[in-house]
Design a protein. Structure first.
Length: 440
């Protein structure tokens, strides 16, 4: 095996009898082939998804996409010669490219991002597009690409790496640590009782007069450059997002560095949007955003039903994908956050389309981080509640010898290796959270 490193590029040649692979960074002329590869391996994800995530990413970088390119006609090597590394499980896919030409057989991408850690803004790397064609698995390609990606993350000063996966064992062997995230689902009536109880214990008083209305995220972003009112609302949402998440969570991505990211990536990933505006805004053309909520409706089987299986019961579930509320430094001086969240949930429930049956129950599903924030005074302990824990989020933290602090306000010299350290060292006192719109 030969290794060559240069600025923004890593080249590794792996020789395996008659097969050799060149592991290097993606070239501009390979973009189309790369999207084809990803959609071939991930059979349930359309090619347009990968192209959209490239085109809409303002921090896209070819030198942060690592590919293994087939350099010779593959032959079956003896079992004794195979590498012992295990490849990450993938969906089965077949090749559509000609074997006579060099083609991509494995890839890993690093998403360059900024994240809040205990209120500090740091550089972070997201790992995505980890994919190997079925006929080239078991040869350590994904592991080699991940190591190249990790070196680049360290060399560029990224404080931590983050990925989402179902293949915990594979990544754990490479030093990644699972983080516990999840959702809580409750009937709407029980959720509202909990929210009202929490709002009653809040230190702030009642909400000021306000109005709530729905917006199409894509249209709001598109009109923000030409329409003053829409521009004020879109800008207000962005400011609320940054102020709310900076002081509330660790691990959440900052979006303040690029309007392109908001206009293209975020607006394209959001489903339905509702915005709360202060009725006392200085002018109709410049409304003040009090809070916003992103949500998605879905009709599903009610697993909590006590009816027999042959009497299958359905329910409507609204999933809260994102929420933000103005902080004290906003024009709205003080906001009862629990009451704002309660009013927003009530609004989207009241303005939803009719269910197919009057007997269908309405449920609300939200991230555990939001539930623990706004339903801490829950009194209805007998109400049905479904908690779904996910360990698909994993983190890799740079190994540094320059600090022993337990907060995340670190600025360290990049190292050449990544290793696991206790996640409390990175995330500090604030709870870890990650919004769905930023998924990669």
């Amino acid at each position: 095996m030969e290794v060559e490193q240069g600025p923004g590029k890593v080249v590794v040649v792996v020789v395996d009898h008659a097969t050799h692979y060149e592991v290097r960074t993606l070239q501009q002329q390979q973009l189309e082939a790369w999207w084809d590869h990803c959609s071939t391996v991930f059979t349930r994800t359309p090619r347009a998804y990968f192209q959209r995530h490239w085109d809409n990413d303002p921090w896209q970088a070819l030198h942060m996409v690592f590919v293994a390119v087939l350099g010779a006609e593959p032959e079956q090597a003896p079992d004794t010669e195979k590498e012992t590394e295990h490849e990450a499980p993938q969906h089965t896919g077949s090749s559509t490219a000609s074997d006579a030409d060099p083609r991509i057989v494995s890839t890993v991408r690093v998403f360059d991002r900024r994240a809040y850690l205990n209120g500090a803004l740091v550089r972070a790397g997201g790992i995505g597009e980890v994919s190997t064609r079925s006929e080239h698995r078991g040869r350590g390609l994904a592991s080699r690409l991940l190591r190249a990606a990790e070196r680049t993350m360290c060399d560029t000063g990224m404080t931590f790496g983050l990925l989402h996966t179902d293949s915990h064992g594979f990544y754990a062997r490479l030093g990644w640590t699972a983080l516990s995230t999840g959702t809580v689902a409750q009937p709407l009536t029980a959720m509202l009782r909990d929210l009202r109880a929490d709002a009653a214990h809040a230190s702030y008083g009642a909400l000021r007069p306000h109005s709530i209305r729905r917006y199409c995220p894509r249209q709001l972003a598109a009109h923000s450059q030409t329409e003053r009112r829409e521009g004020s609302i879109w800008a207000g949402i962005q400011q609320v997002y940054e102020d709310y998440n900076r002081s509330r969570f660790s691990g959440v991505f900052s979006r303040q560095c690029s309007s392109h990211y908001w206009d293209r990536w975020v607006a394209g990933e959001w489903d339905e949007l509702a915005v709360m505006l202060d009725a006392a805004s200085p002018s109709e053309a410049d409304p003040v955003v009090v809070a916003y909520i992103v949500f998605k409706w879905k009709r599903e089987v009610n697993d909590s039903s006590t009816k027999q299986e042959e009497e299958e019961e359905w329910r409507r579930t609204v999933t809260i994908r994102e929420f933000g509320v103005a902080q004290q430094q906003q024009p709205v001086a003080a906001v009862n956050e629990s009451e704002a969240f309660c009013k927003m949930v009530e609004y989207i429930a009241d303005t939803s389309s009719e269910s197919e049956s009057e007997s269908e129950e309405t449920w609300v599903k939200c991230p555990i981080a939001l539930f623990e924030t706004f339903c801490s005074s829950a009194t209805d302990t007998d109400a049905p509640r479904e908690v779904e824990l996910h360990k698909g989020c994993m983190v890799l933290i740079p190994n540094t010898t320059t600090t022993t602090t337990t907060t995340a306000t670190l600025t360290t010299t990049p190292t050449t290796t990544l290793t696991t350290t206790p996640t409390t060292t990175l995330f500090g006192d604030l709870p870890f959270h990650f919004w769905a719109a930023d998924n990669f």
